[in-house]
Design a binder for this molecule. Sequence first.
Ligand code: AHR
Length: 632
Amino acid sequence: FTVKVNEPVVAIQPTMWGVFFEDINFGADGGIYAEMVKNRSFEFSKPLMGWATKRKQEGDLLVLHRKEQTNNPRYLHLTARNAAQGDLELTNEGFRGMGVKKGLRYDLSFQYRQPATGITLHIALQNSKGEVIGSTVVKPADGDNQWHKQAVSFQATDTAVKGKLNIWLEGTGTIDVDMISLFPGDTWKNRPGGMRGDMVQLLADMKPGFIRFPGGCIVEGFDLSNRYQWKKTIGPVEERQLMINRWNVEFPHRSASDYFQTFGLGFFEYFQLAEDIGAEPLPILNCGMACQFNTAELVPMEDLQPYVQDALDLIEFANGDVTTQWGKVRASMGHPKPFHLKMMGVGNENWGPQYIERLKVFTKAIKEKYSDFKIVNSSGTDPDKDRFAYLNKELRSMNADIIDEHYYRAPEWFLANASRYDSYDRNGSKVFAGEYAAHSKGIGSNAGINVNNWRAALAEAAFMTGLERNAAVVNMASYAPLFANTDAWQWAPDLIWVNSLGVYGTADYHVQKLFSLNKGTKVLPLTWDGKAIAGQDSIYASACIDEKTKEVIFKIANVSAKPQNPVLQLEGIKSVATVAESIVVKGDLNDVNSLETPDKIAPQYATVAVKNKKVATTLAPYSFTIIKVKMQ
Ligand code: AHR
């Protein structure tokens, strides 16, 4: 294999490898959003979903409705009559169980209103057997019949994966309660009411170039009333109106009838997350079309303006100074500095002339006000469908900035498509491979289910060498979906799996992370017998240069059962270091990582000799190898 170091082809965009976030598979509520109480505000469609209750008399526990509160009207009205343990109790099951860690601080808070003091709340974390593993006692302090918020912290004395929160009342009197909330003390950056630190860390470790949010289909909604509306996800958490999740659905393997979006993780938090992990924010907005609009809902053109205004206002929310209407809102949430938003998606998997018609209105309005702002456009998904060809033609004639392509296909498709972008116009619209994953069936107890096996991840690695080779066209790419809860998923495979306490990166995660950490700054021409390496003898390869670290980086996938020994020859450079770094990921095609064996498929680090500007490689069967040669 020959690489010409002095003939870089094209720049690789800093945004090249990113992540796609959607609240699917309990990714946000029950996932990265660290709230442990399910249905804390009693606003799920069944007000006591997630709660088990005990009462001495009918009427001692009632769900009431606040007249003055439209976003979070329901609360509990509790009557204690000389109550002792077992008389009046509430127990929350969490999101398929609460994860409790021995020695960790837990922060409980609640809103309450009572005509007089006198009631004491006994708070306890319990394990699945009902044993107390951390407790505290709190006496609501005010008795003036006004709503107040009170908080208390306590430590867990043991660990439980399926813990729960129990609250019992002692004393006599009435009390109204709402927003009963519990967070672990180890949130990301120790932010109160924040995100799970372990999950964010896995994202930060990837150093993603961008983070796309909030989806996916949840952007579109079952219907337009169920679409994601960013303005409803900012401001005080207790005033964010929750909504049924688009993924609250019946699925063959796991169903979720208790899946709601509380928006505790809302647009402000998404921007903050992007900033924390050094990723460009990429919000996707509804374009006036619900999911599968031809059987769902479409906003008439004459009613589109509020949707367009949401897009314009979002740019002001992210970037406007503190004197602007929405910049002021951002500042009031604790971020006076701008978030430097540069791009936005209009629509997710929308198609047809209806999409083009609506997109044109958005594009005109956004570009008129913000001429440098980039718009990501949908290709309607599914590259083989007529609608994909139609949209591509239309979008390219509109000089669309970026076209979002999605493909969830078999591993063989990814191998066959490693040259997909070789023929794309270098001077036209750029491509965002916005959602992709190789779908490969499991074996044994996973038979019939898509799994994150090495077969899938290796095919993605091979395909991604093709994306890198075509960085002139492909400016962004992200695997999807990102997160899944092992006890509450609707879609598989997914990049990162979690339960209430644990988290692991799949084989696909390691591939994504390695591409991102070794993205380089410019593509180099790498050839075998004068041709790009895209499947000859089952090898797929690309090369790039990192001008900051002064390295030449080779990425090579060997998708065959036999070892291979290509020699990498560096041309167009005077001298290189005599030792190169090698990173290898390999395994059996059916291997999968899991909570029990999180590192079954993981990168192995070593060194290889470089002689006369040549690296003699040994590519293991079914392996992905990165070789990094320092330039001198
Ligand atoms: O990633 C899962 C779903 O796949 C997304 O919500 C949607 O955009 C696509 O169809």
